[in-house]
Design a protein around this ligand. Structure first.
Ligand SMILES: CC(=O)N[C@@H](C)C(=O)N[C@@H](C)C(=O)O
Length: 728
């Protein structure tokens, strides 16, 4: 069968075209304004990201909209201007009244990177503080894990997280003039102080928080007194705790934050909400710090609009990296904690399968402080759920819609701003009012920004029941799903080539949302099968727990079963099957070509796990290797030969001698999660076995391989590799 699109020029054109669709990253609703004619309206500010292939970067831009309403229904809405690119903003936040805006900006002055904290009011920047020159702390944290920029309720102070100031280190052999003690560092003079220096500490190792959090080691809570231009580092946070995700307590008496334990050493945090952490409160006057939650793993605390309660997610420490969350609630005045929504072992009759999001939206409460909104995978969809905090009842706002997946961007006085998309429809922007309790299903959405549907793509969710011999004895009766993308209007009798894509994690999920590379592959003429094998998020805790100890078998067999099942339908060509996977998905791809050597005709792996036994000593998440191999973990765990054997036995490198499929590897030079030595180990084995192999090396890229050139070059190479080896 000829592909619709197969020449490099045509593929690049299609990729360029499809990468113009932008994604929503944020929305903020301004205060309600009453017009001179009595009509009420809100301004909505949205932030979008888009790949700019010419500039080789992801650009962020904003667009404003206006929404007229009567507090229940939207009567008129539309954009109020064109897009504007946002540059250099690390963090930004409107004040609670909407009168002011704070921005942390990074810019280069005379070739040196500086960070500024700016306050904007009406049409001017009223303050710009050079945080770098102040030298109260290191770089400001802009990441989602720790970072925040929060106005006090009184709008007089700002709270943010920054790296703890490190004493200047110098060699024992540095002369006084070289060391700057007699020097003329302009910023030091302006700041009015000389720095303490420590000799012999230049090469001291600082642990960091791993993948995507490199150079983030010791976060501190910092407060700017806006009137006094004074930045202070908050005291009272316990020495063994790294604080983040902070906000002001009711009445600004102190600060509430999540504190992660960093003793005896730091473990990677990205995709790992299962790290020992608690909710803390530090009092501003006495510096007294108290724990508000038990020592489990917590994240995303959010204060209710009436300032009486805090909701947050909680899960177990260690074990599978991502699990079903509990939604907990702390009452500020009674100091009592309750579990609002518990862990769900198996999907419920009403369709609710548990909470699997890693983050709550920054604004997630209904106006009356009774209900909380959560976007979460529910099997292969992502839906917006409403939780009644007094009854624990969960209702889906979106499960009945045709759109595949929904995310809440924000909610303000019950006006919800959401993003939705499907595998054949890029993200669009919608708004709607949260209906009264009990009538949630009556929600009516108004589209602010429509997306261009891709009519050439067909998609569906397939459900599979594993054959009896593959049922998990400890967790029987679990099913799983796959999302199949197929080109529309295929000539009768044509058998399509198919690309199988198992996701990484393994405790993650692919939902029915816009997926750029799959959309392009589908438009080229491939069937694309995303398999959410048992162990994926969104199917209940039992499904997650069924996998550790069984990786390399249960997940591999589920993927193979899904592919074999679609081949039986007759639309696909059994001789033209390729597999692509990244990380644990790469682990599965390598297993599949090793265990089914005649089945797959081409394989592509992105930063794959190939040998757990060799990965454990170099990854930022050594616990992942032990837990997934079926062993327990705690920080005192010392390796034994039997553990290493178990890890090796579960690894795809065990099957490498059987491999026949040509393999393309794409590796990130700076991957801390699955260090590139994993890919190189597999590459060398294939070379020795004379299996066709090609390795692409992306400098400056980490585990996600998400820099624009790595992603686009990677895509082209992947597509051409598959075309070549499937003889298309
Ligand atoms: C927990 C984790 O990061 N596991 C990796 C081995 C992995 O598979 N990561 C996934 C989430 C990825 O797609 O990068």
């Amino acid at each position: 069968m000829d592909l619709k699109v197969s020449s490099p020029k045509e593929i690049a054109k299609l990729y360029r075209e499809q990468s113009h669709f932008s994604s929503l990253s944020r929305a903020d609703v301004g205060p309600v304004i009453t017009s001179q004619y009595g009509g009420k309206y809100n301004n909505i500010s949205t932030e979008w990201t888009q790949r700019d292939l010419e500039r080789n970067e992801i650009v962020t831009f904003c667009r404003q909209y206006i929404v007229f309403h009567d507090d229940k229904l939207i009567v008129y809405s539309g954009p109020s201007g064109n897009c504007t690119e946002i540059k250099g903003e690390l963090l930004s936040q409107d004040s609670p009244s909407g009168e002011m805006k704070a921005v942390v900006r990074e810019c280069s002055i005379k070739g040196e990177e500086k960070q500024f904290l700016e306050i904007w009011h009406k049409n001017s920047k009223i303050k710009s503080l050079n945080l770098t020159a102040l030298k109260k702390h290191g770089k400001v944290y802009e990441d989602e894990q720790f970072g925040c920029l929060v106005w006090s309720h009184s709008e007089t102070h700002l709270l943010y997280v920054a790296e703890k100031k490190r004493p200047k280190a110098e060699s024992y052999f540095q002369s006084e003039s070289e060391s700057g003690l007699l020097g003329d560092d302009e910023d030091v003079i302006k700041a009015g102080k000389q720095e303490d220096t420590v000799k012999g500490n230049q090469f001291v190792y600082y642990e960091d928080w791993g993948e995507a959090l490199v150079s983030k080691s010791t976060p501190t809570l910092c407060i700017l007194d806006i009137e006094g231009n004074n930045v202070s580092v908050l005291e009272g946070v316990p020495e063994d705790i790294s604080p983040g995700q902070a906000f002001w307590a009711p009445n600004d008496t102190g600060v509430v934050f999540v504190g992660w334990s960093h003793e005896p050493f730091r473990l990677g945090l990205k995709h790992c909400p299962n790290r020992r952490s608690s909710l803390f409160y530090v009092d501003l006057t006495g510096g007294k710090c108290e724990k508000l939650s038990d020592s489990t793993a917590v994240c995303s605390p959010r204060l209710s609009p009436d300032h009486c309660r805090i909701v947050y997610f909680e899960c177990d420490v260690y074990g599978p990296h991502q699990q079903c969350n509990k939604l907990c609630m702390y009452d500020w005045y009674t100091k009592k904690t309750s579990v609002v929504v518990d862990v769900v072992k198996r999907g419920r009759e009403d369709g609710f399968t548990g909470i699997y999001s890693s983050m709550l939206s920054h604004q997630c409460w209904s106006a009356d402080s009774q209900r909380v909104l959560i976007s979460s995978p529910q099997r292969s969809r992502k839906d917006i759920l409403v939780v009644d905090t007094s009854t624990g009842q969960v209702t889906s706002l979106t499960s009945k819609s045709d759109m595949g997946s929904w995310s809440l961007l924000t909610i303000h006085r019950d006006l919800m701003v959401v993003s939705c998309s499907s595998p054949n429809c890029p993200p669009s922007l919608r708004v709607g009012f949260l209906p009264a309790s009990g009538s949630e299903e009556e929600v009516s959405w108004v589209t602010l920004e429509d997306a261009q549907m891709q009519p050439e793509i067909d998609w569906q969710i397939l459900t599979f029941t594993p054959p009896p011999e593959e049922d998990n004895k400890q967790y029987p009766g679990l099913d799983f799903e796959a999302i199949l993308l197929k080109p529309k209007d295929v000539k009768e009798g044509t058998k399509l080539p198919v690309i199988v894509k198992p996701h990484g994690g393994p405790h993650s999920v692919i939902v029915t949302e816009w997926l750029l590379s799959s959309a392009v592959l589908c438009r080229m003429g491939f069937g694309v099968l995303h398999v959410n094998y048992r162990g994926s998020l969104g199917y209940g805790q039992d499904s997650i727990f069924s996998l550790p100890g069984n990786i390399g078998t249960q997940d591999v067999k589920d993927v193979q079963f899904a592919v074999e099942s679609i081949l039986k339908r007759g639309d696909f060509d059994r001789e033209k099957v390729a597999v692509i996977g990244g990380s644990h998905g790469g682990f599965l791809a390598c297993h599949l070509i090793g265990q089914y050597p005649d089945f797959y005709k081409a394989c592509v792996v992105l930063n794959p796990v190939t040998n757990l036994a060799s990965m454990i000593g170099s990854t930022d998440i050594p616990d992942w290797c032990t837990v997934e191999a079926g062993c327990d973990y705690n920080t005192n765990t010392m390796l034994s030969s039997s553990m290493l054997e178990q890890m090796l036995n579960k690894s795809p490198i065990k099957h490498v001698t059987q491999v026949k499929a040509p393999v393309l590897l794409t590796l990130g030079a700076k991957d801390k999660r699955v260090p590139n030595k994993q890919g190189i180990e597999y590459y060398k084995a294939l070379k020795a076995l004379q299996v066709p192999v090609r390795l692409l090396w992306y400098p400056g890229n980490n585990h996600s391989l998400s820099k624009v050139d790595a992603e686009s070059d990677g895509f082209m190479n992947i597509a051409l590799w598959i075309i070549q080896h499937l003889n298309l």
